[in-house]
Ligand binder design. Structure first.
Ligand SMILES: [Zn+2]
Length: 419
């Protein structure tokens, strides 16, 4: 028995102690200042006594931290909208964020159109712009010029200067290492392993943070959408490709090397349909817009295609007017969508899955109980089905998510104890 124990548990090879070993500085240290600031921002306005109760800290601590945040110009006292005036006649006071305390920019870089927004510290959009993208696969210097043009345009619309911007968040399709700000590969770039964040930082003198498309959509849901009240939720995006984002314990999960959660390239058929990644049988080869367009070209007279969006609109119109071939294409895609949802449930058991993307405008998914259908493909038949919500986004959702990257970084900076 003791021998078997030694074989099983001696993997530390003589290391002292037990338990997981965290890297130095690797703990997530949410200072009380940050917790108070985020609690106020999350609630819009909140009384000091409610903050103390919610964060399980003393009234004295809240008073001290609030005084520091007020002195730093980050929060302010307002008349409490939720409480009656007391008999002594003093209006009750709540704390709220000072919206102008800092500003950020969120940028989404895409194949056809780039979009960008400028927001204040509570995410109010003060300016927005979209630019046509240059030809795909450009060198990084060209993409940076496009980014600088977006920023310049946005600042002009807002009547602000670059030195008033605390952080820039950027979302881009591809394999992105958020920690190092490196784009390992992107369909927008002819070069690989590009240190995009650092290069733009050097050009603008402003801190820059980047992440991939699916992560910024998930951040948009976490900060501004249906994920705000869910600690554990997933987002499945269906558009040109199929992506996924995951929030665990109210934080975005990014994996070890920034290449996880590629739901579109999980295999659903060995030796199946050819995917744009070069491999066969990937989920998105049956579900993404490009896959449906390929089907449409052989099943319908949709060979004279324009843009992907135009073709999807024509295919959708044919389906809705009763064309059986078009309907069959969407019905088949829905089966793969449900398969993808079931696999997410089986792997992560989220409290909610948000299916997001322009694509869902085209399907008749409102008529299908996606949660119930996915539930049939999982082992969990004795518990309730996972909730599935559809969210057809507008064009700014990507930039909103990118702005959340910047808001998050600026919040860390402004609420540091050492400031
Ligand atoms: Zn693939």
């Amino acid at each position: 028995m003791s021998e078997s124990k030694s074989t099983l548990y001696d993997v530390g090879d003589g290391m002292a102690g037990c338990g997981p070993i965290f890297p130095e500085g690797g703990f997530e240290k949410n200072s009380l200042r940050k917790q108070v600031f985020e609690h106020v921002r999350g609630n819009g306005s909140v009384a000091r006594s409610d903050i103390a109760r919610a964060l399980s800290i003393s009234a004295g601590s809240v008073t001290g931290i609030a005084a520091e945040l007020i002195a730093a110009g980050l929060i302010q006292e307002i008349e409490d909208p939720d409480r009656e005036i007391t008999v002594r006649g003093r209006p009750p006071v709540a704390l709220a964020i000072v919206p102008d305390s800092f500003h950020v920019i969120g940028i989404h870089l895409a194949n056809e159109r780039h979009s960008a927004i400028l927001t204040d510290s509570i995410g109010t959009v003060l300016a927005e712009t979209t630019h046509s993208a240059c030809a795909p696969k450009r060198p990084v210097s060209d993409l940076i010029d496009e980014i600088i043009l977006l920023v310049t345009d946005l600042l002009k619309i807002a009547g602000m200067a670059l030195n008033q911007i605390s952080a820039i968040g950027i979302g881009i399709a591809g394999l992105v290492d958020h920690t190092t700000g490196t784009v390992a590969w992107s369909p927008l770039l002819s070069e690989a392993n590009v240190k995009l964040a650092g290069t733009i930082e050097a050009r603008t003198g402003t801190p820059v943070f980047i992440d991939n498309d699916a992560n910024i959509v998930t951040l948009a849901e976490l900060w501004f959408g249906g994920g705000r009240t869910n600690s554990n939720f997933a987002v499945m995006t269906v558009e040109h490709g199929v992506g996924m984002g995951l929030v665990l314990n109210n934080r975005l999960f990014r994996g070890a090397r920034g290449m996880g959660l590629e739901l579109g390239h999980t295999k659903v058929q060995i030796g199946g349909a050819l995917c744009r990644c070069g491999q066969r049988g990937c989920l998105e080869a049956y579900l993404a817009d490009y896959a449906l367009i390929k089907e449409a070209a052989s099943a319908l007279d949709l060979t004279a295609i324009g843009t992907e969006k135009n073709t999807m609109e024509r295919l959708s119109a044919a389906s809705k007017s009763g064309d059986p071939a078009a309907q069959a294409i969407f019905e088949n895609a829905a089966k793969y969508l449900i398969l993808g949802l079931a696999n997410i449930v089986q792997l992560f058991d989220p409290g909610l899955i948000i299916v997001s993307g322009g694509h869902i405008r085209y399907d008749n998914l409102d008529n299908i109980d996606l949660g119930a259908e996915a539930h049939k493909l999982t082992l969990n038949s004795n518990i309730n089905a996972c909730e599935v919500a559809l969210h057809a986004w507008d064009g700014l959702v990507w930039a909103r998510g990118a702005s959340a990257l910047a808001l998050s970084a600026a919040t860390d900076y402004f609420t540091r104890e050492s400031r």
